[in-house]
Design a protein around this ligand. Structure first.
Ligand SMILES: Nc1ncnc2c1ncn2[C@@H]1O[C@H](COP(=O)(O)OP(=O)(O)OP(=O)(O)O)[C@@H](O)[C@H]1O
Ligand SMILES: [Mg+2]
Length: 403
């Protein structure tokens, strides 16, 4: 099998040697070359056509961000991973805009490095396949999917997981992802992703009669990760201008150009998010291990069942932990529904990421919480496999209930 070919770029020879040592025992990787500054890196990348470039930021002659920008243009197949020291995190956004795929904070372990390299390599491979089929004019696209983040208890993590899930879906599939903020009064998707919207859904609905998929594009804000965002109104009082039929039109038009549409919602049933619940393919119903959240989720499930949406629900346990007093199997029993995914609690990583405005699947991609969101993305992508798995588990649950 062909090995993943890596170019290591750092101005300090010792750091390059360390990186090489970390990769030495990985059977599927080889260091194809090294460079000591950005300019040499660009030259080497054009000559070697590596699969992966491991790039330092602060270097003489040409810095890592500028080199990333040039390599992303001249060697588009190379996946660039930035290596930086703590405290340079404000560079992340610049690096992503320049075309980097991931970001690692030094020092890192050989496991972290190898995992990140493989992830970026897989992503680039998928992206190439997507590009080739687009060029051939083959719409290899599967049916677009709408995913609604939902809970009737506030603060359980809809926006946090929705933003990170959207970015993960884009990375896992190489497809196009839109994120719609339907928390119309207090939506904070734009803040969590640190984008400044020039226009929002409020301006968009003024064009609703002329709206088509191309005009809709002009209202979306780009995020450095590649996803596009439709932000919520800037003021709560504008929320009531937006109706269910507006939402219906917007979501239908997004399906023309996007593979995945993630919808964030407020923590209550209202006309606009009922439309999203109607139109979506999957409802990620969030729950945490707190009594009020559990009581609420029971009621939401009854409502969703009466709306015939129960088949679309995936129950997601956020801030999962073993020492909460309530055990999740008890919750599953009381709801008669199995938890599809567990997202661990990680206050440090999550709060830091929210405050920086950078999704943790990008800034802390090797943490457990980021891995859990990537697994959730895979579950969303491969819905069919999941249904079968749940059916099997459900047999077990019914056995436990009545056995
Ligand atoms: N897995 C997690 N570990 C630690 N903290 C988390 C986790 N998920 C969410 N949080 C924190 O919980 C708080 C609420 O999250 P978030 O805003 O995403 O919830 P929400 O459901 O969108 O809330 P609202 O209903 O108000 O829109 C945030 O401060 C966030 O940092
Ligand atoms: Mg929210």
């Amino acid at each position: 099998m062909a090995k993943i070919r890596i170019l290591v770029v750092d101005d300090i020879a010792e750091t390059r040697d360390n990186v090489k040592r970390l990769l030495y025992f990985e059977p599927d990787m080889e260091v194809a070359g090294e460079a000591e500054n950005g300019e040499a890196a660009v030259r080497m990348a054009e000559k070697l056509l590596p699969d992966i470039v491991l790039m330092d930021i602060n270097m003489p002659v040409l810095d890592g961000i500028s080199a990333t920008e040039q390599i992303a243009m001249s060697v588009p197949g190379a996946g660039i991973i930035i290596m930086s020291v703590q405290g340079e995190q404000e560079y992340l956004k610049k690096a992503m805009i320049a075309g980097a795929r991931e970001y690692m904070i030094k020092p890192f372990s050989s496991d972290e490095l190898a995992q990140t390299v493989r992830r970026v390599y897989d992503f680039e491979k998928k992206r190439k396949i997507q590009l080739i089929s687009n060029e051939k004019g083959v719409r290899s696209r599967k049916e677009p999917k709408i995913i609604t983040m939902f809970s009737t208890k506030g603060g359980v993590g809809k926006t946090t997981l929705g933003t990170n899930l959207a970015v993960s879906l884009a990375r896992e599939t190489g497809g196009k992802v839109a994120l719609v903020d339907l928390d119309l009064q207090f939506g904070d998707v734009a803040v969590m992703l640190n984008v400044v919207p020039k226009r929002t859904i409020t301006e968009l609905i003024q064009e609703i009669n002329n709206l088509d998929a191309d005009i809709l594009e002009t209202f979306l804000v780009s995020h450095p990760s590649g996803i596009r965002i439709l932000p919520a109104p800037t003021r709560p009082e504008y929320a009531e201008l937006i109706t269910a039929s507006h939402v219906e039109k917007i979501l239908s038009l997004l399906k023309v150009n996007y593979d995945y549409i993630v919808v964030d919602t407020p923590a209550f049933f209202q006309e606009t998010n009922l439309t999203a619940l109607d139109m979506c393919d999957q409802i990620l119903l969030l729950i945490s291990l707190e009594l009020p959240a559990i009581k609420n989720v029971k009621l939401s499930m009854e409502v969703l069942e009466s709306l015939h949406h129960k088949g679309k629900i995936k129950l997601i346990l956020n801030r999962s932990s073993n020492d909460m007093g309530i055990k999740y199997p008890d919750v599953e029993r009381s709801l008669g529904f199995l938890v599809a995914a567990h997202i661990p609690s990680d206050g440090r990583v999550v709060v830091n990421s929210v405050n920086k405005g950078v999704p943790f699947v990008l800034s802390d991609s090797n943490t457990k919480v980021a891995q859990a969101v990537r697994d959730l993305a895979k579950l969303v992508i491969d819905d069919s496999g999941h249904q079968e798995e749940l059916r099997q588990k459900k047999k077990g649950l019914i056995g436990r209930l009545f056995g």
